[in-house]
Design a protein around this ligand. Sequence first.
Ligand SMILES: [Zn+2]
Length: 353
Amino acid sequence: MKLNRTFKACAAGCAAVMMAAGLAACNSAPKEDAEYFDTISSYTFWENEGSEAIPQPNIGQMVWDFLRTPTDDGRAKKVAFIGYDGCRSDVLIHSLVSGAQGGVTEKNPNSALNKLLDEGGHIYHAYAGGIKGTATEQHTSTAPGWSALTTRVWGQLNGITDNGMPKNINYKTFMLQAAEELGMRATFGASWQPHFTENYVDEIQYVKDHPEIQMTYHLVKDDAELRDYLIDCVTAGSENEKDIIFGTFEATDHAGHNTGFANDNPDYIEGFLSEEQMALDILNAIESRPTYNQENWLIVIVTDHGGIGTSHGGQTLEERNTWVACNREIGREYMSAGGYNGYAIEATTETAQ
Ligand SMILES: [Zn+2]
């Protein structure tokens, strides 16, 4: 379902270089990367520059810093962390006004992203795949993406550099850590089975061994069931009520693998728009909580990787470039340092914590 094709992805842009120089690896940014970078950088909705793309681990670190910092106004802290799996930056132009040709000229009203931006939030360039050309480089795949986002370190440390690998229990997700250390109620919901059978098996066992920790791992059958479950989790008085919800929608990834990760593919666009509606349903459910005004919600919508052709896993910018939207400003301390734009081969400062 999610294939890893480092070689094929690299080969498209670097075949000529490799043949000429006899190189064993992809050592220059392909022309396609620069073109894609120019395209996505031209959109008007970004809050940061491409050269300030946020590394995946720093997004999770931002969430954990929010959770662990004592509240100063008495409001209870809550987190909604919602994923659109395999959602390229360029497909965003079908919801967000971007100034780009082929994009919408009026904002999509059925959009969680527009709701966040309308209410003071921002959207940022981010990246998957580790620092290219260094020891942190990892596959731009689902398991490495979500685990970097939730554990706040790349797979070099958390153990997941590719799909099919178990996470090191010493690097806990922010959901489990908040449940264990802060006494919060948290959930990890998804329809992608390997999360539960391969990647997070040690966390799941750890929670079984510590029944006092209020953390649940919840497998659903599809996006609609995930939406309904997460709405239940944010509904006051529900037996499933949580303080932290994490869930990943799969419509973009499924459409990408079936018919192509491309912003001119109607199936891919439709998948993205369905995720926008489902995430909006969750945000509306959060706002309808009777205690909403006494709560301090951090809302993050994010993707785990891009895609090229009908796959991902490699190191092209179309696979590495990602985005993150948040209902508040993400500080510069979380952004890439040293001008690293997430894809150039010149490795600079490791900014992940
Ligand atoms: Zn994915």
